[in-house]
Design a protein around this ligand. Structure first.
Ligand code: NAD
Ligand code: WQD
Length: 347
């Protein structure tokens, strides 16, 4: 049991990870500027776990506030989720991405140095593999980026590796997530896109609930079994548990990269059918040309995470769809839903 400082802990993956950390007996301290989240997610985590979370509203690029919060928290390690993640927005506003994702990570490293903290888990992404050269993708796969968001993750990773060379007594785990989907089985927390979702499952869920007319499928001429893109979808609870393992595993000083995926790819049409079954709703869809920058197929080799973290994703595509749908239909407008759901389900 230890105390963990979680930047971006109010967001989608952050709330699920805080929940698993609390259930594993850790103390959690969240630092988030709420630019893409609200306090409600954390309040629901507190409700589910019957445990309180210390929260400070602050920005990771604010060196003074961050250093003060780290000092005050007396935490032993940091999980760094805070950042921006929309690929399209990173093309139109790249400086916001370099500022939040690169300057934010740099500011965090300096603040950790200032207070003597040496253990960090960093949110990276399969996007750092660029166009897959071979499948499944293992951690030795060459790195490249196809958009500004991906470049910010790559720069942050390089910065962490350089930092470790200079400070070899640190312990840095770089987790490369594949495609996180789903929600906690309570239906109380989940992904709450502020604008039109870019990602497949939140978009499908909004079609199923009636917020959108149909799914646009970007390309059915890929060299895949049914012509649609194949991805390694991972249940967000499995992903969250991967973080708990990364925090808890007593490892020597190291800087290591680990894929978090299931090792199995599903096509857009397979996901669509699974969601139709889970929701009992037909998902109208239409085929459109490929989305620029998309790859045909991308899935992980998970051997490294299995052997180092003693972790493996347990939940299948049906679980992902069932849980995602439960969250969506109980909270049709996300945390802004005008219902008394939370109080009705309070334990
Ligand atoms: P999210 O937007 O739901 O959560 C990010 C959180 O960070 C939000 O609560 C936001 O308010 C906060 N934040 C953003 N900028 C901040 C700043 N400057 N200071 C303080 N807080 C800030 O996103 P998520 O899906 O939970 O992603 C978490 C991390 O995982 C991100 O770094 C993202 O790049 C990475 N990642 C996400 C995915 C995905 O598909 N969701 C895939 C791979 C990697
Ligand atoms: C999956 C498949 C689409 C939406 C992105 C980021 C990546 C990472 C995860 C953060 C593809 C198809 C999608 C739609 C569709 N994020 N699709 N219609 O592109 O693998 O990865 O999110 O790190 O960096 O690039 O995920 O969910 O957007 O797409 O047909 O409306 O669904 O073409 O084949 P992607 P996705």
């Amino acid at each position: 049991m230890s105390s963990i400082f979680v930047t971006g802990g109010a967001g989608y993956i952050g709330t699920h990870t805080c929940l698993e950390l609390l259930q594993a007996g850790h103390k959690v301290f969240v630092y988030d500027n709420l630019s893409n989240s609200s306090r409600l997610g954390l309040e629901r985590v507190e409700r589910i776990t019957n445990t309180s979370i210390e929260f400070i509203e602050g920005d990771v690029t604010d060196a003074n506030a961050l250093t003060r919060a780290l000092q005050h928290s007396q935490c032993e390690s940091v999980i760094h989720f805070a950042g921006l993640k929309a690929v399209g927005e990173s093309v139109t506003n790249p400086l916001a991405y370099y500022h939040n994702n690169v300057v934010g990570t740099l500011t965090l490293l300096r603040a950790m140095l200032a207070v003597g903290l040496k253990k960090l888990v960093f949110s990276s992404s399969a996007t750092v593999y660029g166009e897959p050269q071979l499948l499944p993708i293992d951690e030795a796969h060459p790195l490249s980026a196809t958009n500004p968001y991906g470049r910010t993750k790559l720069v942050a990773e390089d910065m962490l590796r350089d930092h470790f060379r200079a400070y070899p007594d640190w312990n840095i785990t770089i987790l490369r997530y594949f495609n996180p989907v789903g929600a906690h089985e309570s239906g109380l927390i989940g992904e709450d896109p502020k604008d039109t979702p870019n990602n497949l499952m939140p978009y499908i869920a909004q079609v199923a609930i009636g917020l959108r007319d149909r799914l646009n499928i970007w390309g059915n001429d890929y060299p895949t079994a049914d012509g649609t893109g194949v991805r390694d979808y991972i249940h967000v609870v499995d992903l969250a548990i991967g973080h708990v393992k990364a925090i808890a595993t007593p490892t020597p000083s190291q800087c290591i990269e680990l894929n978090l995926g299931t090792g199995r790819g599903y096509s857009v049409l397979e996901v669509l059918r699974a969601f139709e079954l889970a929701s009992g709703k037909a998902i109208p869809h239409e085929f459109f040309p490929r989305r620029p920058g998309d790859v045909a197929a991308c899935y992980a080799s998970t051997k490294q995470a299995e052997s180092i973290l003693q972790w493996r994703a347990e939940r299948n595509l049906e679980d992902m769809c069932v849980d995602h749908w439960r969250w969506q239909h109980l909270n049709p407008a996300g945390y802004g839903s005008n219902n008394d759901f939370a109080s009705k389900h309070a334990t």
